[in-house]
Design a protein around this ligand. Structure first.
Ligand code: DP6
Length: 325
């Protein structure tokens, strides 16, 4: 059996990917910027051999039919590239809850892409890996490179993510207030599809595209005030698009709003912290690492916050010999 194992982390976007320019190709409606989250991780082993079908086990449990199909379709892309028609045994483990707005599909498809390509003997560049991961899940392309990452679409419609700064560039941290780890009711796929039905979508896509250079500059200059303002505004706009889509999608809960209000109050009282929210109710709070303990402590004391995870800028997808059994 040809086997390889890869580790990848999810990422948090400061300018979000929400809505497609081309759904089949997972081309985003706007470019986006994110940070790889080091302490959350997915480890995936892929072995190809003489099997009757693809076997997919996630966190020790056979994958749901829908998840298995999504993984198999991605493996088909890798098999087609390698010109090898073997079925695969996939074993994947994450140290965080899937489907709760913690970008589990990003780390999952980044790790799957690297492990599957290496197991079939392909030697792809970072750009090629990122473009391939994108076809599994859009945001996965941003979990292939290191640290702070930008995902763009070129005029010829090629689309990959690249690193704009390494993890050690900035001691930023993301204190993630978990208000629910329940599987979200509407997947981000549904959200991307519904986005154009919102009258706010075109305005957000235009604004996100215009804000991109300022977001990149804020990262380059380690300017939290500038980054925080851009990230908060784009997160609220993304959720405004979701809430005004047909049918509307409400990811926020009362607990989400409680954390948002607290972050704004703390900031007004002098604590430099900003928030962003992915396709779920949990709130990502961005601050310098020096304030990480204080932000974590305050978040943990809020009613409705079940747990606080703290993540720093992390590395991109990489191989390991520590296989998932
Ligand atoms: C809100 O990458 O999960 O996290 O391409 O359908 O797999 P698919 O969507 P996905 O969408 C992520 C949406 C987001 C924003 C972001 O990470 O940019």
């Amino acid at each position: 059996m040809h086997r390889a194992t890869a580790i990848a982390h999810p990422n948090i976007a400061f300018i979000k990917y929400w809505g497609h320019a081309d759904a089949a190709l997972h081309l985003p409606a706007n470019p986006s910027v994110s940070m790889v989250l080091d302490c959350l991780q997915t480890r995936t082993t892929v072995g190809f051999g003489a099997l009757r079908g693809d076997e997919v086990v996630i966190d020790g449990v056979p994958a749901s039919p829908a998840a298995r199909v999504r993984v198999s379709e991605h493996l088909d892309r890798v098999r087609a590239l390698a010109g090898i028609d073997l079925r695969a045994r996939v074993r994947s483990e994450s140290n965080f809850a899937a489907g709760a707005g913690l970008a589990s599909s990003a780390s999952a498809f980044a790790a799957l892409t690297l492990a599957a390509t290496v197991a079939l003997g392909l030697d792809l560049s970072l750009e090629q890996l990122s473009a391939l991961a994108r076809l599994g899940s859009g945001s996965a392309c941003r979990s292939i490179p290191d640290g702070f990452v930008e995902w763009t679409v070129q005029p010829d419609r090629s689309s990959t993510a690249h690193s704009i700064a390494p993890p050690e560039h900035w001691t930023l941290c993301d204190c993630i207030a978990l208000v629910s780890t329940r599987h979200k009711e509407v997947s981000s796929i549904g959200g991307h599809e519904a986005a154009p039905s919102s009258p706010l979508h075109t305005a957000r896509v235009r604004d996100a595209t215009l804000q991109l250079p300022a977001c990149r500059r804020a990262i380059e200059q380690r300017n939290l005030v500038a980054l925080g303002r851009i990230a908060e505004r784009d997160a609220v706009m993304m959720h405004a698009v979701a809430m005004t889509s047909a049918p509307p999608i409400y990811y926020w809960t009362a607990e989400t709003m409680r954390v948002v209000r607290a972050v704004v109050e703390w900031r007004q009282a002098g604590l430099p912290v900003y928030y962003t929210i992915d396709a779920g109710p949990n709130v990502h709070c961005l601050c310098e690492t020096a304030y990480g303990d204080e932000v974590q402590r305050r978040l943990a004391s809020l009613p409705g916050v079940e747990q606080v995870l703290v993540a720093c800028p992390g590395s991109g997808a990489r191989l390991t010999d520590d296989h998932v059994s």
